[in-house]
Design a protein around this ligand. Structure first.
Ligand code: ADP
Ligand code: MG
Length: 148
């Protein structure tokens, strides 16, 4: 199935489905940078990525947890999904203190919400997903950096 670099979704389920398609396509050590305003659908997309890795646990965005790890599988092999939410980060120094670069180079599939805040810390090969609200439950979603 073809994955268009830009598309519109009309429901949360469509956004989850797109997340699952992205999750199946990226290498398992990839960093996926999600950018978009509060309520755009970043966490919703992460739920789809988790689904593609057969993760049964609920994906949440706990207020004070910056990083959550989930054990998943793809093609019969274990894959760790690292879900990072930088919403609460104010200063770039906090990103350094978090050890983000080490985390991203550890071989997990990492997905970062509010990746704008980590702009200088993202590895080569990062896949960017930009989500914007276009109204009536619709979201405009652009994917770049992924060989589609
Ligand atoms: P974020 O993590 O970007 O703050 P969430 O994924 O937590 O956003 O929330 C998105 C909200 O928007 C959810 O309440 C979801 O039900 C709603 N929503 C409505 N339409 C869509 C859509 N097309 N895609 C994703 N979420 C949608
Ligand atoms: Mg979120």
């Amino acid at each position: 199935m073809r994955l268009k670099p830009r598309q519109e979704t009309s429901t949360p389920e469509q956004t989850r489905r797109l997340g699952a398609q992205i999750g199946r396509r990226v290498g398992t050590g990839t960093t996926i940078a999600l950018r978009g305003s509060l309520g755009a659908g970043k966490t919703t997309l992460v739920k789809g990525i988790a689904r593609s890795l057969q993760i049964q646990e609920a994906i949440t965005s706990p207020t004070f947890t910056l990083i959550s790890e989930y054990r998943g599988r793809r093609a019969g092999r274990p894959v760790t999904l690292c879900h990072i939410d930088l919403y609460r980060i104010v200063h770039p120094q906090e990103i350094e203190d978090l050890g983000l670069e080490e985390i991203l180079s550890a071989g997990s599939l990492s997905v970062i919400e509010w990746a704008e805040k980590a702009a200088g810390f993202l590895p080569d090969g990062t896949v960017y997903v930009d989500i914007s609200i276009t109204g009536n439950g619709r979201r405009d979603i652009s994917i770049s950096g992924l060989a589609l």
